[in-house]
Design a protein around this ligand. Sequence first.
Ligand SMILES: Nc1ncnc2c1ncn2[C@@H]1O[C@H](COP(=O)(O)OP(=O)(O)OP(=O)(O)O)[C@@H](O)[C@H]1O
Ligand SMILES: [Mg+2]
Length: 252
Amino acid sequence: MKIIAVANQKGGCAKTTTVVNLAACLAELGKQVLVIDLDSQANATTWLGAEHSTGHAFKLLTTKTSLEDLIAPTNLDGVSIVSGSRELANFEKAVAGEIAVETRLKRRLIGLDSSKWDFVLVDTPPTLGLITLNALSCAKELIVPVTTHVLSLSGVAQLVETLEEVKEVLNPSLNILGFVACRVDSRTRHSKEILELLINQFGDKVLKSTIRESIRLAEAPSFQLSINQYGSKSSAADDYRALAAEVISLTQ
Ligand SMILES: Nc1ncnc2c1ncn2[C@@H]1O[C@H](COP(=O)(O)OP(=O)(O)OP(=O)(O)O)[C@@H](O)[C@H]1O
Ligand SMILES: [Mg+2]
C-alpha cells in the first residue's frame, strides 16, 4: 500500500484533477485505490459522485469512528473515498489545544487494511495549514502538480521548505515522487519556458509524464466522470494513463 499526498498550496494548480484522474487510471490498471479528500471544497468527492457520504474525512480527523465505516464507494470501480466537506475548514479550531494534531491522520491510517489497498491518494486544500501537514505526515510519497499555463513556480520554493521541516520533525521517510507539469500547452513559449525552469530546478524529480491542456478534462467533472470515462481517447486520458504507469513503476 502506497500513500501518496498530492499537494501544492497554490490554488487551482490541478491537485484535485490529478487525484481523481490518477485514481481512475490506476484503477483501470487493476489497482485498488482509496481517495482521501481533505479539502473543504470537497471537489474530489463531488467529481467522484460520493457527495452522499459527506463529512467522513472530518470524522476521521476528529472522532474515533471506525475507519472502515468512513470509506464509501464512488462511481468508479476500484476507487473508494473518505469524503470531504465544508467542516474541514474548521479543523484547526476543532482540535485547538489538543496534542500531536499534525499526525492525527497518520495514526488513524494505521488501522487501514494494507492488503486491501494498492494506493491511497490524499487530496489537499490550497494552504500549508494543519490539514496539509496531516497529509504530508502520513504519506510516503508526494506528488506536486504545477500548472505551466501561468507562472506558478513562486509557491514551490515555500512548499519545498515546509517539506524539509516535515521530514525533519514529523515524517523522515517522506519522498518527493515528483513534480507533474499540468495544463501544458506546447504551442505557447510560456508553457515551454516554465517546464524548462522546473526541470532546471528539480531535475529528475520532474515526472516524465506531463498533462496537456484539455477542454475534455475541464468538462469532465460536470458529468461526474473521470477523463478515461468521459474522453477515453482524448489526449488528457493518454496523459493520465501515462502518469499512472509512471507512478506504478516509481513506487514498485
Ligand atoms: N489539463 C487541464 N486542462 C484544462 N483544464 C484543467 C487541466 N487541469 C486542471 N484544469 C482546470 O483547472 C482548474 C483547477 O483545477 P483543480 O480544481 O484540479 O485544481 P486544484 O489545485 O485542486 O484547486 P484548489 O487549490 O482550489 O483545490 C479546474 O477548473 C480544472 O478543470
Ligand atoms: Mg482541489
